[in-house]
Design a binder for this molecule. Structure first.
Ligand SMILES: [Ca+2]
Ligand SMILES: [Ca+2]
Length: 576
């Protein structure tokens, strides 16, 4: 194919004549032919590289420079790394051929080569906004509107889909984007914003009130707009946290994400890049909180769920509360009527071993109202929603410089012990605070832990007249009792100012009708399906609303035997 050398795309005439058009066509044809030839030559190689599986390569910790070593390996082995890690771990992620994997495994500087795998957000689909829902915040006796005046000093990294950075309800700032490096960590899915709201939504008059209202949140985006990601992106996020924890005073990281993974060994010996990254972040002082997963299996059993299964992580199971109150009288929650008030959530993973139980705690995770993209609220269920209750509680326990909490100055391991001990002690002192299936009433082989408790938070200072700030629950969502103590004239019935369980009145004593150990609370034969495809929004209001009169708590339901279907709730399947 020949083409006049003088024919170029830069035709000088404004209206091209037939000749110019012919030259133009020839030039295009030539270019296309050249491109096709190029593709014929390079295409297979390019396509092969793009379809090679991705691996996470870890260097030995003694390696002086990740950049130099990786640059060298890229040249000699002929690959291009997609992500490099230099803080939590040393290494990189890249698509590699079998030959490249073999070569890297033989490299004296390489400690391990691990196949990447997908991770997911542990949540369910949103339900109808505006549905009457319980408040996990009040159930765990977290800070109220008044006590929230003192925001915790430390920041929380939300390792998730990002955070809605312009949401006025959230004190959220850019962390990093591991999906599109260099881009904003603005949430494009909604999961991370919902999680962020539970941790630290402010009391400024919109959305919800979080456990640690106003705490600074760093958006660390490791999941894309579909809520999916990979371990390599998760490690990128943990790497960023480890690198910036000191400078940004990040004391906590919430990971409402996970995947099946290898059985953890120990921080000292592991070659699992995800585990190594978590260990490093813990070593620099970050308390790592992870959701246990929603498959109704042991996270430390035959199907290991990570990062929850790493012993250095505070793993969070989900319990169900429908009325923001202890006592198991709330009936089934509106958004998931198969669940029962103050019982384990049927979908929740749990610990099956003593090692797993030793780093597990529970929090409300069913029908949780929190912030969504652009303002407003939505209701979600999952251990993804339970974990942020605990992350916020750790923030309260750390407190601020001016007002240190009981966890101030502790290592992450000590904080985990403290949180669990406080929760267990409170459930022992006030049995009604607990839930069916908790540490006081465990089913055989299923440890969900004790319900996290924030009731130690000092009483609010003398309330300044009627709070001038608008009531917190968004006007669009007036039925949600998210703001227990705000003098909200529009607030509906359940008066959460009633101090929950009166210790002197042993309410539904979970110890008396202890669940038959042979009858695990949640029916194992009908594990809630992984709640990703959540049941359709239940258009009907909860059949049994909380008693609008004060002091609902201590009234024991006469039938609150812990036995399977004889459960306490008034609705079908409440504690099945
Ligand atoms: Ca708010
Ligand atoms: Ca309840």
């Amino acid at each position: 194919m020949s083409s006049p050398p003088q024919s170029t795309f830069a035709s000088s005439t404004a209206i091209a004549g037939a000749h110019e058009r012919g030259a133009f066509a020839r030039a295009v044809a030539t270019a296309v032919a050249g491109l096709l030839l190029l593709l014929l030559v390079l295409g297979p190689a390019l396509a092969k590289a793009a379809t090679n599986p991705r691996y996470i390569v870890l260097y030995k910790s003694s390696l002086p420079s990740v950049t130099n070593e990786t640059n060298g390996l890229e040249r000699t082995e002929g690959f291009t790394s997609e992500r490099r890690y230099a803080h939590a771990v040393k290494g990189f992620a890249a698509r590699l051929s079998t030959a490249q994997v073999d070569a890297l495994k033989d490299d004296p500087q390489v400690a391990s080569v691990t196949a990447d795998r997908p991770i997911e957000a542990f949540d369910t689909a949103p339900l109808a906004p505006g549905e009457t829902v319980p408040s996990g915040i009040s159930r765990i006796e977290a800070a109220s509107a008044e006590t929230s005046q003192e925001s915790p000093g430390g920041a929380v990294a939300v390792i998730d889909t990002g955070i809605d950075l312009t949401n006025p309800d959230l004190n959220a700032v850019e962390g990093t984007n591991c999906i599109t490096p260099g881009a904003s960590a603005q949430d494009d899915h909604g999961h991370g914003t919902h999680v962020a709201g539970t941790i630290a939504a402010g009391n400024g008059g919109s959305g919800v009130v979080g456990v640690a209202p106003g705490a600074k949140l760093y958006a660390v985006k490791v999941l894309g707009s579909t809520g999916a990601g990979t371990v390599s992106s998760l490690i990128c996020g943990i790497d960023w946290v480890a690198a910036n924890a000191k400078a940004d005073n990040i004391t906590i990281a919430n990971m409402s994400v996970g995947s099946a993974g290898p059985i953890p060994t120990s921080c000292a010996t592991t070659t699992d890049p995800e585990y190594a990254a978590v260990c490093r972040a813990v070593n620099v002082g970050v308390t790592m909180v992870a959701s246990a997963g929603n498959s109704a299996v042991a996270f430390d059993g035959a199907r290991v769920t990570v990062p929850a299964a790493y012993p250095e992580v505070l793993a969070v199971t989900a319990m169900t509360d429908s009325d923001g109150q202890p006592g198991a009288v709330g009936g089934p929650p509106a958004c998931r009527v198969v669940e029962g008030d103050d019982t384990v959530a049927r979908f929740s993973n749990y610990a099956a071993t003593t090692v797993g139980a030793a780093h597990t705690i529970a929090a409300p995770g069913t029908c949780i109202t929190s912030d969504i993209l652009g303002g407003g609220t939505a209701v979600l269920s999952g251990t993804s929603m339970a974990a942020p209750h605990v992350a916020g509680s750790v923030a309260l326990c750390l407190g601020s410089e001016a007002s240190p909490g009981p966890c101030a100055g502790m290592t992450p391991a000590e904080i985990i012990d403290r949180m669990r001990a406080d929760a267990a002690a409170h459930s022992t002192a006030v049995p009604a605070f607990g839930f069916l299936g908790d540490l006081a009433t465990p089913a055989v082989g299923r440890f969900y832990g004790s319900l996290v408790w924030d009731g130690w938070v000092p009483a609010p200072p003398p309330p300044p007249a009627p709070d001038p700030t608008p009531a917190d629950p968004a006007p669009t969502d007036p039925t949600v009792p998210v703001d227990p103590t705000a003098p909200d004239p529009t607030a509906p019935a359940p008066d959460p100012t009633t101090p929950a369980p009166d210790p002197s009145t042993p309410a539904p004593d979970p110890t008396t009708p202890a669940p038959d150990p042979s009858t695990p609370a949640p029916d194992p034969s009908t594990p809630a399906p992984d709640p990703t495809p959540a049941p359709a929004p239940d258009p009907t209001p909860a059949p049994s609303q909380p008693d609008p009169t004060p002091a609902p708590a201590p009234t024991p339901p006469s039938s609150s035997s812990g036995h399977g279907s004889g459960g306490s709730g008034s609705g079908a399947g409440s504690s099945d």
